[in-house]
Design a binder for this molecule. Structure first.
Ligand code: BGC
Length: 457
């Protein structure tokens, strides 16, 4: 059997991604901590609690685990409510803690990618109307400036805002996350202000640190239509335009185009050095007259393919190529996969998911899209927002018991560690971790070795 290595360019970044509220623990000062107090908001009325106990210093051992898996990069976020617990009051001890975390990564040869907003807001920001309030843009910018003044010497890669469309739709359209609104007008307002917040942060960082590389992360969903397709295609196109494309288009053109909400945001134009793709699922989309609040669009889970927990879409790793290709073609910017993962406590799906995802990523690289790195979601099991610590929503390379804090490596941690160390996915890895998938995934590998050349005339 022929061997192969799907090798990545030298200097490719390999790591995992985390976010502050999901791993730090012990925060009572942001909108999520407050939201978690109300029964019915989180799986089994749980709270983030101690999460992975990073704020007490357990990040050190988890960074050792990342280094042990040969990660050369790590994406994490700083928590606004810790840095600015009250309006205009800044906590230097919290800044010192983040400085120590960055230093700990660097000591291990791990490049930090720092996210400045990952779903949570300080309570005082929420009390002032959160991101429906246009003033939040300037307040966020002031926080960003402080962070970059204090930590900017040690960080090159910045992510302004994580998944603006998820933040806006879950919090303001579907009402599943704080502040629990179901209001299309507010949803569009929030999207606009997040766009302005991103642009303000971008310009602030570049003014302070021209060498910084500043991007943001965009959650993209692969979308297929129901039959009969002619009715459903317009619905698919509309949701694709709103959810997957409008924010990116605004960064390219300086105009945000949403239904009934078109606004020029000139400062957003070209305010991005790279784009981060967060990719998880494929959904089935269709027109449904019973969904007026959601523009008559209904999303459901496809019936075939790899299906995880019911509330999420089909697990279709090859969508990575589809999404990176669109982002690359539309923006011509360097790309990172800033999140990609699968909920799978038993690690029954994850090794195959990894192999298929990395194969898809390699395909993208080989079509010369400028993909610079890959961050797996996530390093250790953590607080999964409304799903809390639901065993069906464990995303870690390492398991983590939130009661005992005990970590257990999953087999995927070994596989991913090998991929990171080799800067490649090899035939040998596929054979050892997912032997049954070899023939289907790499059918051309089994070609006969002996080739008989035609006799010369
Ligand atoms: C978010 C993460 C979350 C992950 C898995 C992403 O949309 O950025 O915070 O844990 O999905 O659901």
């Amino acid at each position: 059997m022929v061997d192969f290595a799907l090798t990545f360019p030298a200097g490719f970044l390999w790591g995992a991604a985390t976010s502050a509220h999901q791993v730090e623990g012990g925060n009572t000062n942001n909108n999520w901590a407050a939201w978690e107090q109300t029964p019915g908001h989180i799986f089994q009325n749980q709270t983030a609690g101690q999460a992975c106990d990073w704020w007490n210093g357990r990040y050190v051992e988890d960074f050792d685990r990342a280094a042990g898996m040969h990660h050369n990069a790590h994406r994490f976020s700083v928590e606004w409510s810790r840095i600015e617990p009250e309006r205009g009051k800044f906590d230097s001890a919290a800044l010192d803690q983040y400085a120590r975390m960055i230093a700990a990564l660097r000591e291990r040869g791990i490049e930090p990618l720092v996210t400045l907003h990952h779903f949570t807001d300080p309570l005082w920001i929420e009390a002032l109307g959160g991101w429906t309030n246009p003033e939040t843009v300037r307040r966020f910018e002031r926080f960003v400036r402080l962070i970059v003044e204090e930590l900017g010497h040690a960080v090159t890669l910045w992510c302004t805002i994580n998944e603006p469309m998820i933040y806006a739709t879950y919090g303001y359209l579907l009402g599943r996350w704080p502040p629990g609104q179901k209001n299309l007008r507010q949803t569009f307002q929030v999207i606009e202000h997040l766009l302005r917040g991103h642009a303000a942060a971008y310009h602030a960082i570049k003014t302070l640190r021209p060498e910084a590389q500043v991007g943001f992360t965009k959650h993209q969903i692969s979308l297929i239509t129901r039959r009969p397709t002619l009715i459903h295609i317009p619905a698919r196109n509309l949701i694709r335009q709103i959810f997957n494309r409008a924010f990116i288009e605004a960064l390219m053109t300086g105009t945000l185009r949403l239904p009934f909400h078109k606004v020029d945001v000139p400062e957003a134009r070209d305010s991005v050095d790279w784009i981060g793709l967060d990719y998880y699922y494929r959904m089935l989309v269709g027109f449904n007259p019973l969904y007026p609040r959601q523009l008559f669009i209904q999303q459901t889970r496809p019936r075939r393919g790899i299906l995880g927990p019911e509330s999420v879409g089909e697990i279709w790793p090859e969508g990575l190529y589809e999404q990176l290709r669109w982002l690359g073609e539309r923006t011509q910017k360097p790309l990172y996969v800033t999140e990609n993962g699968v909920p799978d406590a038993d690690d029954a799906l994850r090794p195959l998911f990894l192999v298929r995802s990395i194969r898809s990523l390699w395909q993208t690289v080989n079509y010369n899209y400028l993909v610079r790195g890959y961050f797996f979601w996530t390093l250790v099991d953590n607080f999964e927002w409304a799903e809390g610590y639901d065993p069906r929503f464990r995303f870690g390379l390492y398991g983590c018991d939130p009661e005992t804090q005990a970590r257990t490596p999953r087999r995927s941690a070994e596989l991913y560690g090998e991929i990171c160390a080799a800067n490649a996915l090899t035939a040998d890895m596929v054979r050892r971790y997912v032997p049954d998938a070899m023939d289907e995934l790499f059918p051309d590998v089994d070609v006969p070795q002996e080739v008989t050349l035609p006799a010369r005339a």
